[in-house]
Design a protein around this ligand. Sequence first.
Ligand code: NAD
Length: 290
Amino acid sequence: MKIGFIGLGNMGAPMAANLAAAGHAVTGFDPAAPCPEGVTEAASVSEAARDAEVVLTMLPNGEILRAVVAEAIPAMSPGAVLCDCSTVDVESARTVAGDAQAVGLLALDAPVSGGVGGALAGTLTFMVGGPEAGFATVAPLFEVMGQKAVHCGGAGAGQSAKICNNMILGATMIVTCEAFALADKLGLDRQKMFDVVSTSSGQSWSMTSYCPAPGVGPQSPADNGYAPGFAAELMLKDLRLAQDAAAMVDADTPLGRAAAELYATFVEAEDGRGRDFSAMLPRFEGRGRT
Ligand code: NAD
């Protein structure tokens, strides 16, 4: 397939490289990052998008996505698919989908879970919103870059699924960390805490697959000095997107809001930036009730 790939950062570069290694003709553009091996470098967004059957984007935020899409759309041919894999606000996802549709393109929002490790290994999960025909076209590419793609519904459904998932994750990680810190103060051994909770009704992915306590449970960033993993500032980004979406549709999300506020404090006023999002545990360890 002839693919344009725009945004070759930490995630985009390995995704583009995997597509090229699978035999696709990939033309890439990024104003700052180098082109990975096997990908032909373009001099602009429109050059990367021209004549592509699928244009993939992997960009930092909705504002940049809107600007890139405005440049890509005139270069694309009717029937081609514009597939954004970035994590952006639901409103931007719906706006760019509407703009693309208006000129006969198919648009998908397809944010991912799995991080840089998943991008390198080709084991990402894609959550996809947009028309069935677009999903069918891009499905073989999702298979190269990932292990699972779920078609969630119409435009914006992929971003909606992503932020709801990460709102659950952020709140669950916080409460798992505060429970470990409480257990410490109650004199409960961390391994016993894990043994009980991981097989009881308090269990979650944060406990069983990504345990924030070093030396307990499976290998996780806690065992590596809380080097990310999934950085606290990326969790903050997703929690803010969830709050933006909640405001847009007037949804009451008290725990999501509290999680966003706590990660904002951790990242912007404390030492959370650049640390894994599970480093909430050492944060709570050092604190009392006020
Ligand atoms: P990154 O900052 O490493 O990469 C973004 C790239 O976009 C940069 O190389 C930048 O130069 C490029 N870019 C900026 N403006 C551009 C433009 N006008 N045209 C072309 N390229 C442009 O970020 P990343 O870690 O690769 O993340 C990309 C997206 O994936 C984000 O939306 C992020 O939230 C999401 N995501 C990241 C992770 C992760 O673990 N890193 C996990 C899941 C989702």
